[in-house]
Design a protein around this ligand. Structure first.
Ligand code: 13P
Ligand code: SF4
Length: 319
C-alpha cells in the first residue's frame, strides 16, 4: 500500500540521518528483512548477526529480533547506540534461565566448563565460559570434549540433547526450551511426510527429539535456508519459525515450502509456528524508535566486559 511505502521511505531516511544500520533476524516479518537487505544492513541467523554487529562501522545499530540479540550487539559495541523496535521482545529460553538459579546450578558443578546458548541474558553469558549459537555449537563442544573438559550446558535442553547425540559427549543440561519449536508434533509430521514422500525435512535443533529424528537436515536458520538452495528436492517441510520462508522463497522461488505441523491433525500450516516476540518487531515500531531514540539497549559496562569474553571466544573460534 501507499501508506506502507511511505513508512519504508521514512525509515530509510531516518537510518541515513542517524548513520544507523539495520540488522534483522530471519524470523522477523518480511518487510523488515527486505528493508535490512535494501539499506545495506543484514538479515541473518544469530551468529552472523553478532559477527556483523562486531564489524560494522555505523554509529547506531538497530537490531530487529529479540532482546538477547540486541544485548549481544551492545556487549560487542559498548560505545555504540543499539536500538531495538521493542525492548519487551524476549525469548522463552532467556526468561526461564534466571541468573540466580543458573549461577547456583553452575556452582553445584564447579569442575564443569559452562557453555551457554546465545539465547540468554547478559548476566548468564557473563557467568559462562563459552557462548555458542546453533550454527557453531557442535564444533565448539567437540573441541572442548577433545581437551577433556566436562561440560554443563544451558538453557535449551533439546539442542543440548541433539549435541549429545551428535557428538557422543555427555553434558549436564539445564531444562529450558523454546515455546515455538516445542510445538512441532512428531506424529503429525510423520503423516505429512507420508503424503509428501519426496519432500526433504528441515528442522531447527530447538525442536523435540522425535521431530529432529525425522530430519534430513538439522541446523541453524542459515543452514536450513542454504539447504533449500542446495538440495535437489522440489518440496520441503520446514520445522522452524515461519518468518524463515521469506528468505527461502527469495533464494529458491521454484521450491515448494510446507510448514511442519504444530497441531495433531497432520495439517500443514505456514503461519502456525510464529515466535510471539519476533512478531513484536514491526515497521511502525522501527520508525518510532528511529524518530525518538527510545528502545535503547543498555548493558552496564562492567557486565558487558565480562559477557564479552565468552562471546568473543565464539567469534574467534568461528574465524
Ligand atoms: P539461529 O541462531 O539459528 O538464528 O536461531 C536463533 C533462534 O532464536 C531460533 O529460535
Ligand atoms: Fe526464543 Fe524460540 Fe523465539 Fe527463538 S523462536 S527467539 S528460541 S522463543
Amino acid at each position: 500500500t501507499a501508506e506502507k511505502e511511505a513508512l519504508r521511505e521514512r525509515i530509510k531516511e531516518l537510518l541515513q540521518q542517524r548513520n544507523a544500520v539495520l540488522v534483522a533476524h530471519y524470523y522477523t516479518e518480511s518487510d523488515l528483512q527486505d528493508l535490512a537487505d535494501e539499506t545495506g544492513g543484514c538479515v541473518a541467523d544469530s551468529l552472523e548477526m553478532a559477527r556483523f554487529a562486531a564489524e560494522h562501522p555505523a554509529q547506531t545499530l538497530v537490531v530487529a529480533g529479540v532482546r538477547f540479540m540486541g544485548e549481544t550487539s551492545k556487549i560487542l559495541n559498548n560505545e555504540k547506540l543499539v536500538l531495538m523496535p521493542d525492548l519487551m521482545a524476549t525469548c522463552s529460553l532467556d526468561e526461564n534461565c534466571p541468573i540466580e538459579l543458573f549461577s547456583d546450578f553452575c556452582d553445584r558443578h564447579p569442575d564443569h566448563t559452562v557453555v551457554v546458548y546465545a539465547n540468554t541474558s547478559a548476566e548468564v553469558k557473563a557467568r559462562s565460559d563459552w557462548v555458542v549459537t546453533s550454527g557453531i555449537a557442535l564444533p565448539v563442544i567437540r573441541h572442548l570434549a577433545a581437551q577433556g573438559e566436562k561440560i554443563l550446558w544451558g538453557p535449551d535442553q533439546h539442542l543440548g540433547r541433539y549435541i549429545q547425540r551428535q557428538t557422543g559427549v555427555e553434558m549436564i543440561l539445564w531444562p529450558g526450551s523454546c515455546v515455538v519449536h516445542e510445538e512441532f508434533k512428531a506424529e503429525a509430521l510423520e503423516e505429512l511426510r507420508q503424503r509428501h514422500p519426496e519432500a526433504a525435512v528441515l528442522v531447527h535443533p530447538e525442536s523435540p527429539e522425535e521431530v529432529v529424528a525425522q530430519a534430513d537436515v538439522v541446523g541453524s536458520t542459515t543452514a536450513l535456508i542454504q539447504a533449500v538452495r542446495r538440495l535437489p528436492n522440489k518440496e520441503f517441510i520446514v520445522a522452524t519459525d515461519a518468518g524463515i520462508f521469506n528468505k527461502m522463497r527469495q533464494l529458491a522461488p521454484e521450491k515448494i515450502l510446507l510448514g511442519a505441523p504444530t497441531a495433531g491433525e497432520g495439517a500443514t500450516c505456514e503461519s502456525c509456528a510464529r515466535c510471539p516476540w519476533m512478531e513484536m518487531n514491526t515497521l511502525e515500531r522501527l520508525a518510532y524508535v528511529l524518530e525518538t531514540g527510545e528502545g535503547e539497549i543498555k548493558v552496564a559496562p562492567d557486565l558487558a566486559a565480562r559477557a564479552r569474553i565468552p562471546i568473543q571466544r565464539m567469534l574467534d573460534f568461528a574465524k
